[in-house]
Design a protein around this ligand. Structure first.
Ligand code: PMV
Length: 359
């Protein structure tokens, strides 16, 4: 599939069935910040697919008795009715209805749960939207068994993107890119691409320990954040920089050059925050404890020469990135020096993973 019209499925006779998927979160190394049109990214991005932070979603579907223009679904989150999630799902269904005409012909009972605490400040949109998108494409496959594995993965990523941009990168592991770039063959604005280039073995087991600095709700929604890039004074320079960074990162990921990796990934994280600090209105998303952790990480790296680095999402939490061979010494450092900066001493040990799984 390459053109958007290829993602529009035919109409089928409705049937009954059930499907379940576990889909991971991901952490961007080159960040997506700024979009246009129907959720297209202003620059390409590339992320590590995670393995332990996952959303599990089941969808039971059956033909609808009453025809209507409205979608028919129920939603349970961690076993409880959650009306608060309904508008988000309804909006998502409206966005994808054109590509999935079978949705309106079925009633869906959706149930979902996260492996990570709900109020940990960890954005769950990538894992939750990709899990739901995968379940919907599984439903399509039940209706149309001819859907090939490539068509399946591309359509799942395409639909996930329409739910939350970064969700397009949660389908496969260990790394995915999204957004057209000459550095990655087959890359697309519409869906994510599994990194097929040679990857140095050090990155296949890379660790990501997420320090929970602030469990609070995000201070800036992604929607607003992306909008702030529309009239941002540094937008065009940033988008050009992201293209260059992505190209360099593809080389670094094959050579395993750790110093270059650290310099690029930390610059990307700080650039994301700098863009927000220079937006109108402006936002400072780091907390004092975020900055304290960054200083500790820099000092630790200088003293021990352990290749520990960080990246940041659009929030105060810190993702610590390091090779598996350094796990014992880094965890010791976290427990003794960094856990005190985490809310409730909380951190989550994750690592690069293999992508979403059908259950
Ligand atoms: O997927 P969204 O619209 O929530 O945007 C995510 C943006 C960042 O997480 C900050 C960066 C990224 O590429 O994941």
């Amino acid at each position: 599939m390459s053109s958007i019209k290829d993602f529009v499925s035919s109409e089928f006779s409705p049937i009954k069935g059930k499907t379940s998927w576990a889909s991971p979160s991901n952490i961007a190394l080159v960040k997506y910040w700024g979009k246009y049109g129907d959720q297209f990214p202003q620059n390409p991005s590339l992320s590590f697919t995670l393995s332990k932070c996952v959303t599990t979603t089941s969808v039971a579907f059956k033909p609808r008795e009453v025809k209507s223009d409205h979608f028919s679904f129920s939603f349970l989150f961690e076993g409880k009715q959650e009306a608060a999630f309904h508008p988000k799902i309804e909006t998502f269904f409206k966005r994808i209805a054109h590509y999935c005409p079978y949705l309106i012909q079925h009633h869906l009972d959706i149930s979902s749960s996260n492996s990570f605490p709900h109020s940990s400040g960890i954005a769950s949109s990538a894992s939750s939207m990709s899990a739901l998108a995968l379940a919907i494409v599984s439903m399509e496959q039940a209706l149309n068994p001819e859907l090939s594995p490539i068509q399946f993965a591309q359509k799942a990523s395409f639909l996930a993107r329409l739910g939350s941009g970064s969700a397009a990168r949660s389908i496969a592991g260990p790394m995915m890119s999204w957004g057209e770039t000459p550095a990655i063959e087959g890359s697309s604005q519409s869906f994510g691409t599994q990194l097929a280039q040679r990857i140095h073995p050090i990155f296949e087991t890379f660790q990501d320990t997420i320090l929970i600095i602030d469990k609070g709700q995000k201070k800036v929604s992604s929607t607003l954040g992306h909008q702030l890039m529309e009239n941002h004074p540094y937008a065009s320079t940033r988008f050009a920089q992201a293209h260059e960074h992505l190209k360099s990162l593809v080389t670094i990921l094959s050579t395993g050059e750790m110093e270059d990796f650290i310099a690029l990934v930390e610059l990307e994280a700080l650039t994301l925050h700098a863009l927000m600090m220079a937006s109108n209105p402006y936002f400072v998303l780091m907390q004092p404890n975020t900055l304290a952790v960054l200083n500790k990480v820099w000092a630790f790296r200088q003293d021990t020469k352990v290749p520990l680095s960080f990246t940041l999402d659009a929030g105060a939490n810190v993702h610590l990135l390091y090779p598996k061979e350094n796990k014992a010494v880094v965890l010791e450092f976290i427990q003794t020096e960094l856990a005190g900066y985490c809310q409730g001493g909380q951190y989550i040990e994750d690592q690069v993973g293999a992508g979403a799984k059908k259950l």
